[in-house]
Design a protein around this ligand. Structure first.
Ligand SMILES: NC(=O)c1ccc[n+]([C@@H]2O[C@H](COP(=O)([O-])OP(=O)(O)OC[C@H]3O[C@@H](n4cnc5c(N)ncnc54)[C@H](OP(=O)(O)O)[C@@H]3O)[C@@H](O)[C@H]2O)c1
Length: 274
């Protein structure tokens, strides 16, 4: 695991006006990693900053104790509320977006800066390469500590590597059990010491949450099926995200780390849907 990265990330998507209070609550409940994006369509990044500020004021946590991650989202992923000039070149868009993120989050650097998605579904394009290089420039200037890519398939990662581009520190993907929990991408990440961040671990996998194997493990450990899934994710090396709005679920999600799974159970969950 990369140094200074917590074992769980709290995701701030789709919370709108509740974003400040839920971000502060997540910190109070013990989360030390926050995931957001400068994409007003799905995230209220300035609201995350308000939640952080409230937590700092209350002495819950300091900036130095946090892992803050945000994203660059290209115009195709945005609505009309753009954090950059759409007529500017890509490097300028990246610089403007990150500058706006730093203002929203009240910090001089983020711990991780993620390319929200590649420009095309099939592979790593020249446009991606240009954005990635601009992100590296921001990192070199001290405005981000680590870089990541999101919503990528194996071809993106292989072409990115073949182009000679610097490898990401993180890959953040929706994780479907029926695809072996993104087996191919996870294997690529493992082989290159890239940390795989998994989202939608619960919402993408309702069949797993209902599965009798998972129910039996949950009963044995007096935990919930959701906790079994999160513990499984960590056991296979993933860094899971949760976007729960519920204080009790926040506690459960963090406590899932304490559930002991046998190697056989991990293997069984890994292959139960695909
Ligand atoms: N890179 C990308 O393109 C991308 C896309 C989507 C999401 N993300 C990131 O990932 C984060 C998480 O998103 P997500 O797609 O995983 O969905 P999510 O918003 O985390 O939804 C999780 C669902 O699981 C429930 N839940 C959480 N913990 C639970 C527990 N212990 N027991 C029962 N239910 C539980 C939540 O309900 P309650 O609220 O009732 O607990 C919620 O309905 C987002 O906030 C965002 O930061 C990134």
């Amino acid at each position: 695991m990369v140094a200074g990265v917590p074992g769980f990330l709290y995701g701030t998507a789709w919370k709108e006006g509740r974003t400040p209070a839920l971000t502060e609550l997540a910190l109070r409940m013990g989360f030390r990693g926050i995931d957001t994006a400068n994409q007003r369509r799905h995230y209220f990044e300035a609201g995350v900053g308000q939640g952080l500020a409230a937590a700092y004021r209350a002495g819950v946590v300091t900036r130095a104790e946090l892992f803050l991650q945000t994203k660059f989202t290209d115009p195709r992923g945005q609505d009309h509320r753009l954090p950059y000039d759409p007529a500017a070149d890509l490097a300028t868009q990246v610089a403007q977006s990150l500058q706006s993120s730093l203002e929203h989050l009240g910090t001089d650097h983020v711990d991780s800066y993620v390319l929200h998605g590649p420009a095309a579904g099939h592979g790593w394009t020249d446009e991606d390469a240009e954005v990635w290089a601009a992100m590296a420039t921001e990192r070199d200037a001290g405005r981000a500590r680590l870089l990541g890519v999101s919503n990528v398939g194996l071809p993106h990662l292989e072409q990115m590597a073949a182009s000679g581009a610097e490898a990401p520190a993180f890959v953040q993907n929706r994780c479907f059990a029926r695809l072996g929990w993104d087996r191919e991408v996870r294997a690529f990440c493992t082989s290159r010491e890239i940390v795989y961040q998994g989202f939608s671990l619960l919402t993408a996998n309702p069949e797993v949450l209902r599965h009798r194997l998972v129910a039996a493990i949950a009963a044995r450990g007096t935990v919930t099926p959701a906790q079994v899934v999160f513990r499984f994710a960590q056991a296979v090396g993933m860094l899971p995200l949760t976007g729960t709005s519920d204080a009790e679920h926040m506690t459960q999600d963090l406590a899932s780390h304490d559930l002991a799974l046998t190697a056989d159970e991990v293997r069984a969950i890994e292959s139960l849907a695909g």
